[in-house]
Write a protein that binds this ligand. Structure first.
Ligand code: XMP
Length: 507
């Protein structure tokens, strides 16, 4: 396995991603918590950082157990760190060193640049520059503006590179990482979804033994894959709870529950729709709605968890991007405690020990793991859906009638996306019920009814998103069908805003 030491760069997770794409397992640890079992890592990568090595409070970890003992690739800040404290010189750069650059020099027969040619494009993002290489440093690559773009240290398998191999715009970045990890450090490329499943099942069995575990299923990819992994490990000692908050898609509760049962899961469906609707009555503020839903969910889940005798563990489908364990710009690792749960004491189920088998994976890896366990593609390919569900897609207050209208509209939209083979090309889609009535005419009658917006976006992580250019014909047919079928709606609009500055949801 490979260790990535995080100095707080926005790209640290991307490094991990690229490493995993090479089928190599890696872990990210904050620079101030270097694992003690350093021998178990076959290579180490130092990330970039928003800090300057010249600043007093910049990360200054002790690398004495790493340097010269494990193959080391230092990226950007990492490379400057190696230089600054080992006889080199780092200074503020005079020119802007951001964005695209091209390699103008590569040392002959340099293994790090095997199969990479002069002119290859690299991506720079730094304001300090390495003026003098560290002691025993040899220059191995340059760009027009940055002479010391890459160096190696004689007698060690240590490399420093000023550009970012992990970003898409560094054309041969993946090749460089492969050169370092596979050819120089000789790390094995044996991380596969199958090996992950085997190792995780074994580890879960050892950790949990004969204890009982409770898990909340949401219908989404992460909790479903977590459930199947645990089911493989401990069978019927896994107790799943699937809560219907009344804000799911049309028929979703029934069909997903049936699917879960079909997979052999020990799952209990709890229809608490009325309790959620009651708690939402009269609330229009989005954050108040979210809080009410969160509170009722915890109450319902706690009631149900109490029915299971001697439960010891709470399993969660947390995935890597949910884990905030990287380093904040000020140098300290960010806190991971969800403080709002502490107000007024923890519900009992939250006092359980937590098990999170997917904590080290990215979304696409979770999907690959699910596929390797032969899970239904319809579950693995499901669009993300917010926890508060349709409540944040009904602008203003929530009533049972509004939920029904939106469920009908959403069902027409989603079904059509599927029948036009567009569903898998869209990252997330849904309908929004606007608090607006508008005038229409149906037959000879004047109408004054609701307006709905359709939203379909492309994205990779939900952080940024763009609207999808759905065919006019599709929009035309879908709009017609919605207005003809769903009583109470006489107008359909399509949302053409990107995120930022808009968001994916309207609330
Ligand atoms: P926004 O609207 O912030 O949404 O662009 C980004 C992604 O997050 C989802 N989302 C939520 N998910 N609880 C959730 O579990 C929420 O309160 C929530 N709000 C937004 C949204 O569906 C999109 O995928």
């Amino acid at each position: 396995k490979v260790l990535i030491l995080d100095f707080g760069s926005q790209y640290t997770q991307l490094i991990a991603r690229r490493v995993r794409e090479l089928n190599i397992y890696c872990e990210i640890h904050p620079f101030n918590k270097i694992p003690t079992d350093i021998d178990s890592f076959k290579a180490v990568i130092l990330s970039g950082s928003p800090s300057s090595v010249r600043a007093e409070n910049a990360p200054h970890p002790d690398l004495s157990k790493i340097r010269g003992q494990v193959p080391l690739l230092a990226v950007c800040y990492g490379a400057q760190y190696l230089s600054h404290f080992s006889g080199g010189l780092v200074e503020p750069s005079n020119t802007r060193e951001y964005g695209r650059a091209n390699l103008t020099f590569i040392k002959e027969n340099e293994p790090l640049f095997n199969q990479i040619e002069v002119r290859s494009q690299v991506w720079m993002s730094h304001s300090d520059t390495i003026k003098n290489l560290p002691t025993n440093g040899t220059l191995i690559a340059s760009t027009t503006d940055v002479e010391n773009a890459a160096f190696t240290i004689e007698g060690e398998q240590t490399y420093g590179i000023q550009f970012h191999p992990e970003v898409y715009h560094t054309t041969d970045g993946k090749q460089l990482l492969e050169n370092f990890l596979v050819h120089i450090a000789r790390v094995e490329q044996d991380w596969t979804p199958q090996s992950f499943v085997e190792e995780t099942v074994e580890a879960l069995q050892e950790k949990i033994g004969n204890d009982k575990v409770v898990l909340g299923l949401s219908g989404g990819v992460d909790s479903s894959v977590a459930a199947i992994l645990l089911h493989k490990s401990i069978g019927t000692n896994l107790y799943c709870i699937f809560v219907n908050n009344g804000l799911l898609r049309k028929n979703e509760y029934e069909s997903v529950l049936a699917q879960y049962e079909g997979m052999g899961l020990n799952v209990k469906g709890v229809d608490a729709s009325a309790r959620f609707l009651d708690a939402l009555a009269g609330l229009s503020d989005p954050e108040m709605k979210r809080k009410a839903i969160g509170r009722v969910f915890i109450e319902v889940f706690d009631d149900e968890a109490h029915q299971i005798k001697d439960v010891k563990w709470l399993a969660q489908g947390t995935i890597y991007p949910d884990v905030i364990e990287s380093v904040s710009a000020t140098g300290g690792p960010s806190a991971t405690i969800k403080s709002h749960h502490n107000v007024g004491g923890l519900p009992d189920f939250m006092k359980l020990q937590v098990v999170e088998p997917l904590k080290a994976l990215f979304k696409d890896e979770v999907r690959r793991v699910g596929a390797s366990m032969e899970m239904d593609a319809a579950i693995l390919g499901r669009h993300p859906f917010p926890g508060p569900g349709l409540a944040i897609r009904i602008l203003g207050d929530i009533t049972a009638e509004k939920v029904r209208i939106l469920q009908e509209v959403d069902a027409v939209f989603i079904d059509n996306l599927k029948s036009w083979n567009l569903y898998d090309k869209v990252w997330q889609a849904g309908a929004i019920l606007l608090p607006v009535n508008s005038v229409g005419v149906m037959g000879d009658e004047r109408t004054y009814e609701k307006c709905v917006a359709l939203r379909a976006v492309e994205s990779t992580d939900g952080m940024t998103a763009d609207w999808v250019n759905l065919p006019y014909e599709f929009l035309q047919k879908t709009s017609n069908e919605i207005i003809n079928k769903v009583k109470g709606v006489n107008r359909v609009v399509y949302d053409i805003s990107s995120k930022p500055p808009a968001t994916i949801e309207w609330e």
